[in-house]
Design a protein around this ligand. Structure first.
Ligand SMILES: C[S@@+](CC[C@H](N)C(=O)[O-])C[C@H]1O[C@@H](n2cnc3c(N)ncnc32)[C@H](O)[C@@H]1O
Length: 215
């Protein structure tokens, strides 16, 4: 099975339990808030969020923008998001099942964002180039994922993890190579994980914001 199929299978399997983990919910919401604060939307934006999952970030961002397309490879995760949107009467969220690497909608967005999904994608540098082609001039990306980690953020049997986090310098170079400017990094959240010996291991999550040049 390829990487994407591994991810689809895993996330479909855990979709209904995803929001039952308080640490996961806190992480998604903290990152969602960091994205919202960094973008400071004026309500006119058309947004693509890939790897939207059960919508922990989506639900914070959607009420602040004109339209949000939530793309995810897992039908199970999206079914949970769909139910939440219906319950909350959020009518500006369009839900699309697909692989961000191969099935980006043929549209241009003001913002493309993502939380904790890029570590599941093999060729991130290549994806950033594709994302730039799907932004309007002056459009922005807001991408959050783990800083370089020790390989223990996921347990050893989890398939579909392509990167143990990212080095900010390398990620910044990939953004520049994709044509982005105005690149900034901040720390969106730090997860504290308990180790077997009772000590805690911090895992920080970066948020990179960058702009496609106007001309
Ligand atoms: C770790 S979860 C994060 C979900 C959500 N952003 C959050 O913060 O709770 C990663 C999500 O990315 C999705 N995903 C992984 N690889 C993908 C790909 N190539 N295309 C689209 N979605 C993908 C998975 O189905 C999953 O819902």
């Amino acid at each position: 099975m390829d990487n994407h199929h591994d991810n689809v299978e895993r996330f479909n399997h855990i979709a209904n339990d995803w929001d039952a983990n308080p640490q996961r919910v806190l992480m998604g919401q903290k990152v969602g808030r960091a994205i919202r604060t960094a973008l400071d939307p004026d309500g006119s934006e058309r947004v693509l969020e890939f790897g939207a999952g059960t919508g922990l970030a989506t639900l914070l961002l959607a009420p602040k923008v004109a339209h949000l397309t939530a793309l995810d490879g897992s039908a199970g995760m999206l079914a949970v998001l769909r139910q939440k949107c219906e319950r909350k009467g959020l009518h500006n969220v369009e839900i699309i099942e697909g692989n961000v690497v191969e099935q980006l909608p043929n549209l241009e967005y003001d913002v493309i964002c993502s939380a904790l999904t890029l570590h599941h994608v093999g060729d991130v540098a290549g994806l950033l180039k594709k994302l730039a082609q799907h932004l309007v001039p002056g459009g922005r990306v807001a991408l959050a994922d783990l800083d370089t980690e020790d390989g223990h953020f996921h347990s050893a049997d989890v398939k579909g993890v392509m990167h143990h986090g990212f080095d900010r310098e390398t990620f910044g170079r990939w953004l520049r190579d994709a044509g982005f400017t105005e690149i900034t990094f901040s720390t969106a959240h730090t997860v504290q994980r308990e180790k077997e010996d009772g000590s805690t291991q911090p895992y920080s999550i970066f948020l990179a914001v960058a702009q496609k040049p106007v001309a």
